[in-house]
Design a protein around this ligand. Structure first.
Ligand code: SF4
Ligand code: SF4
Length: 77
C-alpha cells in the first residue's frame, strides 16, 4: 500500500499540497519544525492512494510516497 511521508525539515508550509490531495490527507502540523514553521503532516498516511499529486506540486521536494507492495525496493529516507 502507498504511504505518504513528509520531510518536516524541508517543508516550508506553503500549503500547495493540501489543495491537490484528493483524499484530503494533508494538513498543517500543530508542532513547530526546526525552521520555526508549522509544516505539513498527513492525517492518515496509510489512506494515501499514491496518486503523487502532492509530490509533483511540492516546490521543496518534501514529500515522498513509499509503496512496499512493489517487488522493487521502496524509497527509504
Ligand atoms: S499521493 Fe495523492 S493521496 Fe497520497 S497524500 Fe499525496 S495527493 Fe494525497
Ligand atoms: S507543498 Fe511541500 S513545502 Fe508546501 S506545505 Fe506541502 S510539503 Fe510543505
Amino acid at each position: 500500500m502507498p504511504q505518504v511521508v513528509i520531510d518536516r525539515s524541508r517543508c516550508k508550509g506553503c500549503e500547495l499540497c493540501f489543495k491537490v490531495c484528493p483524499k484530503k490527507l494533508l494538513r498543517r502540523s500543530s508542532q513547530l519544525s526546526a525552521r520555526g514553521i508549522y509544516p505539513c503532516e498527513a492525517s492518515d498516511p496509510t489512506a494515501c492512494i499514491g496518486c503523487l499529486q502532492c509530490v509533483l506540486v511540492c516546490p521543496d521536494v518534501a514529500i515522498t510516497v513509499e509503496d512496499d507492495t512493489d517487488d522493487e525496493q521502496p524509497t527509504r529516507k
